[in-house]
Design a protein around this ligand. Structure first.
Ligand code: XMP
Ligand code: MG
Length: 184
């Protein structure tokens, strides 16, 4: 494996760089077919979306616009607090826009349930939820993704944008963190 002092903290690899690339391309193709005549607005959920968003919009090749929102509910832990805070608000009017939400992982559903309500309250014409990872076993809110990359088991995953306490976002694959790393 290539140089990294983070690999030692990973218990197992769930999805390799190659598998992610192929799946993201297929997701991009699907979005192209759905939105080719709609000039959608991609709204990425910071910080976790940053790598997925960059790859997805290049895989999609749609005439579109990009926007970001910062949301937080984890306070550096591995479990959602349930209270979602806006850490960076939208910088533009989204009235009557077709929104493609780009999220790293749909876990408890607290974040996306909050965001969906928020975007509707701001006048969005439609909301399509795209998530790289889906962890349905831990859902607390009745929310589903319109398009999901991969399903993951009930384990804390990192890499490809996903963090533990702001670290491991630059791991190029998706892996499960060794429990001793976060129980220290
Ligand atoms: P909820 O629980 O609100 O979670 O659906 C959404 C946000 O929480 C983060 N999250 C994770 N981050 N590994 C991570 O690195 C995980 O297993 C995990 N589960 C949830 C993520 O940022 C997402 O935006
Ligand atoms: Mg996160």
């Amino acid at each position: 494996m290539a140089k990294s002092n983070m690999d030692q903290d990973i218990l197992k690899v769930l999805y390799t760089e190659e598998e992610i690339k192929a799946r993201v391309q297929a997701m991009g193709d699907e979005l192209y077919d759905k939105f080719a005549d709609k000039n959608p607005l991609f709204v990425g959920v910071l910080n976790g979306c940053f790598i997925f968003m960059a790859d997805l919009v290049r895989a999609t090749q749609l005439k579109s616009e990009l926007e970001f929102i910062g949301l937080s509910s984890y306070n550096n832990g591995v479990k959602s607090s349930g209270v979602v805070q806006i850490t960076r608000d939208l910088q533009r009017d989204i009235t009557n826009r077709h929104i493609i939400v780009v999220e790293d992982i749909l876990d408890s559903g607290n974040t996306l349930a909050f965001l969906k309500k928020y975007l509707l309250s701001k006048g969005a014409a439609s909301i399509t939820i795209v998530t790289l990872l889906d962890k349905p076993s831990r859902r607390e809110k009745a929310i589903t993704a319109d398009l999901a990359g991969f399903e993951v088991p009930d384990e804390f995953v990192v890499g490809y944008g996903l963090d533990y306490a702001q670290q491991y976002r630059n791991v190029p694959y998706i892996g499960v963190l060794k429990p001793e790393v976060y129980s220290k």
